[in-house]
Design a protein around this ligand. Structure first.
Ligand SMILES: *[C@@H]1O[C@H](CO)[C@@H](O)[C@H](O)[C@H]1NC(C)=O
Ligand SMILES: *[C@@H]1O[C@H](CO)[C@@H](O)[C@H](O)[C@H]1NC(C)=O
Length: 349
């Protein structure tokens, strides 16, 4: 990479020492503006209601197992239109698993991917633990390989589609997981590295081992942070925790999961709030903005069902309607404002 020198002040440019100092200064000043960043990813997750860890086909919230391709596309168009209108997303993170891809549901499910890319959305396809996996490990590697061969054959040439070999690979040691990721990359040489997201270790919560492994150079890193990983912290603690998990890897990392309650009336615009969720969400969105990091909030719709409710209290959108008449609404505008704050000045509204 070539780094342009700033204009040199005439009076002090003569001596070799001054030239050296100016050169060092130019490197220090120029480095941040040429650094890579992931702020191009501004999105949410679309998940199964009840969560994506299913031992069967992935029927995302709003879809029905009997839907054909055209119906899935029509529903996906309605859901994406809601995400675009209410949140200004340009990215959607979607699950895949072996049951989905090896069954007839795949023919219909392709509608959620095709609809996304036809609208110009980036799609991130992440593998969720299914019957071919348990305890955060893939136990049927043949089924997992076959799944990825199908998915990359179908979408490898679509520059909007990104591949995340495994969500939250928490059953592996760092060395095992980086070996596995390196094997995945070697096995899919035609997939450009900038379209591969390698999960951090654990619950995708430590980016450093992935970042340090030269075999994984050029890939993106999928990074997660939730309050329930760490408990109660104040604002400064959350800033530190977020940065500790990232190490020096922000330029490659996308926060593909983070989230907090959106239907319990919390005011995320209140910097003085003592609430752990408020402090957490304010801190992580501040740091993502500072570091020019992209993110996909968990969840846009779908996800775990909160006790006593019909959906996940973290959902940043509420899904209404039936059939293909699906409508999304915003339960907590202060939460959306933090999402946008995290996306930084490059977001399009
Ligand atoms: C981030 O990267 C994009 C290219 O993907 C570039 O246009 C933008 O200027 C960068 N932003 C910062 C703040 O470095
Ligand atoms: C992807 O592109 C390559 C090279 O242009 C081509 O050989 C291959 O058939 C394409 N795959 C698909 C699924 O279109």
């Amino acid at each position: 990479m070539s780094i342009p020198l700033p204009p040199q002040p005439a009076a002090s440019s003569g001596s070799p020492v001054n030239r050296l100092l100016i050169g060092v200064l130019a490197v220090l000043v120029a480095a941040p503006s040429v650094s890579a960043n992931t702020s191009r990813f501004r999105g949410v997750n679309w998940a199964v209601l009840g969560d994506n860890f299913v031992d069967g086909p992935l029927i995302l919230n709003g879809l029905d197992e009997s839907d054909d391709y055209d119906t899935v596309r029509a529903k996906a168009d309605a859901v994406y239109a809601g995400f675009e209108d209410n949140l200004a997303i340009n990215t959607i993170r979607l699950p895949v698993n072996t049951h989905t891809v090896s069954s007839t549901w795949w023919d219909a499910y392709a509608g959620v991917i095709d609809s996304a890319t036809d609208r110009g959305l980036n799609a991130i396809l992440g593998y969720w633990e299914d019957g071919a996996a348990s305890g955060g490990r893939v136990n049927n590697v043949a089924a997992w390989d076959a799944m990825w061969d199908t998915v990359t054959d179908q979408y490898g040439n679509n520059s909007l589609v990104h591949f995340e070999p495994m969500n939250e690979p928490h059953g592996y040691s760092a060395a095992e997981w980086t070996d596995m990721a390196a094997t995945w990359i070697a096995g899919h040489p035609s997939v450009p590295r900038e379209r591969i997201l390698v999960g951090g270790t654990g619950y995708s919560q430590d980016a450093k081992p992935v970042c340090a492994d030269r075999r994984l150079d050029g890939t993106l890193i999928s990074y997660h942070i939730y309050t329930f990983f760490y408990g109660q912290e104040n604002y400064d603690g959350w800033v530190q925790t977020f940065r500790d998990g990232l190490g020096d890897c922000a330029s490659r990392a996308v926060t593909t999961e983070f989230g907090a309650p959106m239907d319990s009336g919390l005011d995320y615009s209140n910097a003085d709030s003592a609430d752990n969720f408020v402090q957490y969400l304010r801190a992580v969105t501040d740091v993502m903005r500072q570091l020019n990091m992209g993110s996909t909030y968990w969840p846009g719709t779908g996800g775990k069902i909160t006790q006593g409710q019909s959906d996940d209290w973290y959902s940043i959108q509420k899904l209404h309607g039936s059939g293909t008449n699906l409508i999304l609404t915003t339960p907590n505008p202060s939460g959306v404002n933090r999402l946008w704050h995290g996306w930084g000045p490059e977001r399009v509204q």
